[in-house]
Design a protein around this ligand. Structure first.
Ligand SMILES: Cc1ncc(COP(=O)(O)O)c(C=O)c1O
Length: 339
């Protein structure tokens, strides 16, 4: 009898995780009600938990991180103005152009070295209004920053972005990764933002769900925006239950994902000197350029490892709940023998 083939080690994204047994049990047992009436106790518990964790008066459950960003755009960006964001941020690069459809503000891209939108460019744009440029109505930032290789960044930089007094939204899809990497609570990292989002389905292992947090007044308005986007749900406690388990059980363990990503980055640097500086990899994302990414992905695939690209020639490995040390060892071997 031959052994069953091993499941592939899936490094394409931290969204590929499957709910754990504890999550499935919590989902089966979840108390639910109609969230359209505010009567789902599990959704209410999740919203209260996240609001407290992010140091906010209120939070709202949404189906996706994209919807959290789009609701924030509609809340903070005014029609006919500029919303400034880092040029590689998810809201600019990966939301299928949603901002152009859902919000009538114009996204204005600035450089985002280290994942932080340029303070200098923001100041320049604010002043440029006196010189025939459109007004800036809001600023969007992202922590950790996906396309900067999962870079986590500190509260002081967000304070500088907020200093001119414009509303700031922080896309915190992986804010808990930043919390663990920097040893600074998510509430502190996001304190200067007007609204902050976080995702339960990226690395934390929940099947669905993100939250948008802010003042009670803003989140009240956010509920209308969510409805306009078709994002109001009914007995959503079924999935919110898994989100509560994710928060209880899967935040501290992100340190394991960060350690494994650092090991992957070390192997990449050995195999392709100069492709990456492993000390830059501080969370769960490894991004590097490769001259023949298609050949590399094919080799990895044949070795039982799945990876992806996030730009031409830009290869990405992401560690998560479903990649353990055995999976890591298989991925390291595949990198060492790669073209
Ligand atoms: C930084 C960031 N923001 C937002 C999102 C959007 O999340 P979703 O896929 O749940 O819409 C993602 C998705 O990977 C992301 O990486």
């Amino acid at each position: 009898m031959t052994d069953a083939p091993l499941a592939p080690v899936d490094l394409r994204s931290d969204t590929v995780t499957r709910p754990t047994e504890a999550m499935r049990r919590a989902m089966a047992e979840a108390e639910v009600g109609d969230d359209g009436y505010g009567e789902d106790p599990t959704v209410n518990a999740l919203e209260a938990r996240v609001a407290a964790r992010l140091g906010r008066a209120a939070a709202m459950y949404v189906p996706s991180g994209t919807m959290a960003n789009q609701v924030a755009l509609r809340l903070l960006g005014r029609p006919g103005t500029l919303v400034v964001a880092g040029r590689r941020q998810h809201v600019i690069a990966h939301e299928a152009g949603a901002a152009g459809v859902n919000a009538s503000a114009q996204l204005h891209a600035v450089d985002d070295p280290g994942g932080i939108p340029s303070h200098e460019e923001l100041s320049w744009l604010i002043e440029a209004r006196d010189h025939h440029w459109p007004e800036v109505s809001a600023v969007f930032a992202e922590n950790t920053h996906l396309m900067a290789g999962g870079a986590p960044w500190g509260a002081a930089d967000l304070e500088r972005l907020a200093a001119p007094g414009l509303p700031v939204h922080l896309d915190g899809a992986r804010l808990f990764h930043a919390e663990v990497a920097l040893g600074v609570p998510a509430a502190e990292l996001s304190a200067a933002a007007t609204t902050v989002s976080c995702c339960l389905s990226k690395g934390l292992g929940a099947p669905v769900g993100s939250l948008l947090a802010g003042s009670a007044e803003l989140i009240d308005r956010a509920r209308s925006e969510r409805k306009r986007l078709g994002g109001s749900m009914r007995q959503a406690g079924i999935v919110a239950a898994a989100g509560l388990v994710a928060l209880d059980q899967h935040v501290e363990r992100l340190a394991d994902d960060h350690r494994r990503a650092a090991q992957l980055a070390g192997a990449v640097a050995e195999r392709w000197p100069g492709a990456i500086d492993p000390t830059d990899v501080r969370t769960n994302i490894v991004l590097f350029g490769h001259p023949d990414a298609a050949a590399l992905l094919a080799h990895l695939h044949a070795s039982g490892v799945r990876a992806g690209t996030v730009g031409p020639g830009l290869v990405r490995f992401v560690t998560h709940l479903d990649v353990d040390d055995d999976g890591l060892a298989r991925a390291l071997d595949a990198i060492r023998t790669a073209p």
